[in-house]
Design a protein around this ligand. Structure first.
Ligand SMILES: CCCCCCCC(=O)SCCNC(=O)CCNC(=O)[C@H](O)C(C)(C)COP(=O)(O)OP(=O)(O)OC[C@H]1O[C@@H](n2cnc3c(N)ncnc32)[C@H](O)[C@@H]1OP(=O)(O)O
Length: 157
């Protein structure tokens, strides 16, 4: 994908996140995007779990991995939506950076290892510093997990 990922617009100080930091060689380096340029309401990311991401049951991904992926996709989606609402280019200052205040996940069925996963997000509410995001994770047409997140924008100081 040639488009710039949301996380690639994070400033250097925010680029070491375990889940999505481009400067963390030990991390997952998740990259999130708008689903398409016309409809900037839905976000998407992809990730293929490696064998060492197993939760112990052979060929099934670790639940913590799924939580990490949804965590980073959700906060990135919140940031993108906040910039969009303000009509600003992502990454421009003052920086709009969100952290997870709460994350609830339903693990609907086992998530396979070695298959490309699709993460989807939608910011359903954005009010002052608080965003509500609905999330999903699928393998092919199989919905494996859904989530709801509250993300809070960091104060500028
Ligand atoms: C940054 C780089 C990007 C990568 C991010 C990856 C995602 C992560 O893993 S982030 C790490 C995990 N998260 C954290 O460590 C956050 C720890 N918690 C905190 O720092 C604070 O509790 C924080 C920032 C969430 C909220 O504190 P504070 O800034 O004082 O917010 P506060 O003014 O109390 O509340 C703001 C709004 O959020 C709501 N809120 C705060 N906490 C919660 C919560 N746990 N659940 C639901 N709503 C909440 C409040 O009710 C309030 O809403 P409203 O405006 O409607 O009244």
């Amino acid at each position: 994908m040639s488009k710039k990922a949301f996380q690639d617009s994070y400033s250097a100080e925010f680029s070491h996140c375990y889940g999505c930091g481009r400067d963390n060689p030990h991390g997952l380096q998740l990259k999130s995007y708008w689903l398409n340029d016309e409809d900037k309401t839905h976000t998407i990311a992809h990730f293929t779990p490696k064998p060492y991401h197993t939760g112990g049951v052979p060929n099934n991904a670790y639940g913590g991995l799924i939580a990490s992926l949804l965590d980073c996709h959700g906060t990135a989606s919140a940031a993108a939506a906040a910039y969009e609402t303000q009509g600003r280019k992502m990454g421009s200052t003052p920086v709009l950076r969100f952290v997870t205040a709460s994350l609830s996940i339903d693990f609907l069925r086992p998530t396979p290892i070695g298959e490309e996963l699709t993460l989807c997000g939608k910011v359903t509410q954005l009010k002052d510093r608080k965003a509500t995001i609905t999330l999903s994770l699928s393998a092919g047409n199989m919905l494996c997990a859904t989530g709801t997140m509250t993300a809070v924008r960091l104060k500028s100081e």
